[in-house]
Design a protein around this ligand. Sequence first.
Ligand code: NDP
Length: 316
Amino acid sequence: MNQSEEKSKILDGRLFAQEYLEKILKPRCDIFREHYKKLPKLSTILVGSNPASESYIKLKERFFEKLCVESEVFRLPENIKEKEFLNFIEKQNKDDSIDGILVQMPLPDHIDEDIIIESINPSKDVEGLSPGNVYAWAKALPNLVPATALGVLALLKFYKIPIEGKHVVVVGRSMIVGKPVAHLFLKENATVTICHSRTKSLEKHTSDADILIVAVGKPHFIKKRMIKEGAVVVDVGINFEDGKLIGDVDYDDLKLDASYISPVPGGSGPATVCILASNLLLAFELKKAKDDEEKRNCLKTYYENYNTIGETGFCV
Ligand code: NDP
């Protein structure tokens, strides 16, 4: 197929990340350098090894090098006991030099993900998954929001894709992607359908989507016959086949039918990393303003506005 036959426009996560870095994150870093002696630090914890997590960590570390943040990756053994893991997190909760804690999911089966998430100090929970943070995004309040979910929304906003009144279909209902994505798009006044492994006639739902967001974790799961012509398709999936990174969407099959489509790699991944950085900066600033409720509210609104409407405003 020659290039001219391709009619989908690419939702280019790398381009988004470049602009976000220059226009949003770096200016904020300049303010940080001026106002604070210590800069934000992220701790990433990986238990065992997982190709999707390794790929994400690599992307994140490369991006964070360009910022005013310190980032350290802690690798724990696959067979670590839950109790030991909890002790490790407790130490990081108490460590004042650490502003954000990211535990890479999935965890080994013998560890209860909910218990681990709930053990993270909510003010360091840059993934927005602890109970108080979930309450906030479910109530559409500005706060720390799961980075991949907000990354999808920010990417569509970057390409000025209309959302209000559109039918958004999300395939996947995890706490880290599917559910927060659905809430964020509801907040944007879309009509949202969530599909999962027990959904009957999946194709009937996906082919009705104006915007289809896929977070299933199955390589090339979404085919051309499953979308309507002109749909916007965002592929969140990270899968490895024969050492190659591929998404949940069969990009080559769909690329003539979607109006916009995000590639893997280079789509949702870079957008996620941007929002993670933004969450770390927000967590850091909220900590600095811990006794000033007015400033904390201002900061939450400031960060939400620039992530969802591109408005930089001012709140220092
Ligand atoms: P989970 O495994 O937690 O969730 C997968 C979801 O897909 C579940 O809700 C499951 O349904 C649903 N599902 C599974 N099979 C089907 C099916 N046949 N039809 C419809 N739905 C189905 O995965 P995550 O949400 O954590 O991640 C999804 C993908 O996104 C993975 O590839 C992951 O690596 C990637 N990812 C990418 C990120 C990024 O930054 N780009 C960040 C995080 C994840 P049910 O609930 O019924 O089991």
